[in-house]
Design a protein around this ligand. Sequence first.
Ligand SMILES: [Zn+2]
Ligand SMILES: [Zn+2]
Length: 210
Amino acid sequence: MIKVVATVRLLERFRKLSRVIGPIAQDVSESHLNYWASYATDFTCPLLFAYLGYRQHWNWPSAIFSFFSGLTVFSLIEYSVHRWLLHGSGGLLFRLHESHHKAPEERSAFFFPTSIVTLTLVWLLLDRALHLQYASFFTCGVASGYCYFGILHHVEHTTRINQIPFRWLQKRWAAHSVHHRLDHCNFGVVTSFWDVVFGSHQSSKKRNRS
Ligand SMILES: [Zn+2]
Ligand SMILES: [Zn+2]
């Protein structure tokens, strides 16, 4: 009984704290300075981890394989975070993402050091703690995926589909546009692969016909 009361009090404290932190986090994530600072950080990360890999013993086949493994793992993380965290019930992340859905043209991003801090922790775990060879190139692949995601998402919300010259990019644009209209599908921004695997893919053509 004492444990239940303590847990309820703890949850109440978390709720109060999130009521205070929530609006501050929202203001920071929607500021222009944070938006462009996060792009600068996201561009720097792949270069940093490629450099760290370059300084170790390496060969092309293993470096390329590790890089593409990182890219693939990122696409699954991107899908999972978007589907189960950002569209999960309640919470600060859900509210931040909800504001993006309500005003997609408004610029918003995670607090700008988030990517470099997270990726450095991943690199420290894989390279320094687990001593995995090619951890730097793997992390470079994850960082490149995140950077590509940021560019793609920016293009999708700042450019009209008829201004996009490439067919593949138009397809990505259309898929994300469907997600903004029907938020239970097309969670993948960089690829539709995981939407097809997990059964959340909605074709934009099918949607237009219905
Ligand atoms: Zn969006
Ligand atoms: Zn969403």
